[in-house]
Write a protein that binds this ligand. Structure first.
Ligand code: 5GP
Length: 117
């Protein structure tokens, strides 16, 4: 398994503010938040570098990340106003950590996204 900073967070080798955990998913606050609420949801047991590396046998993990984000948003009272989930894949999307993760952004109206440059 390739290691990343997120592997160290999973193993509790470096600190993180963990806000969600189940058998397969860990959720923790982003160290450089881009919205009032910015939480990252990652698979705990498999280190998949990018969405492009996801195998059909691993597809359920994406659903688990989405369900974890939705549950967290409901629990924190964020679901009514809404939120955004994002996965960045490689250079053009600005991916910096190569352990697949879902961003949850919430807590204020969010700007439009996807513009080049
Ligand atoms: P990416 O750009 O790969 O989609 O997202 C990686 C995210 O991980 C970034 O938003 C970045 O702020 C966050 N991040 C990077 N290193 C750490 C860390 O050590 N701890 C936490 N909590 N977040 C991190």
């Amino acid at each position: 398994m390739t290691d990343t900073i997120f592997g160290k967070i999973i193993r509790r080798e470096i600190p993180a503010t963990i806000v969600y955990e189940d058998d397969e998913v860990l959720g923790f606050k982003d160290i450089a938040p881009q919205a009032p609420v910015h939480v990252l949801f990652i698979p705990k047991n498999e280190a998949i570098p990018t969405l492009d590396d996801l195998q059909p046998s691993q597809a359920h993990l994406i659903g688990k990340l989405a369900l974890a984000a939705a549950e967290y948003a409901r629990r924190e009272g964020l679901a009514q106003d809404g939120y955004r989930v994002v996965m960045n894949c490689r250079e053009y999307a600005g991916q910096t950590v190569f352990h697949i993760h879902l961003h949850l952004l919430a807590g204020a109206p969010l700007g439009r996204f996807g513009t080049a440059g």
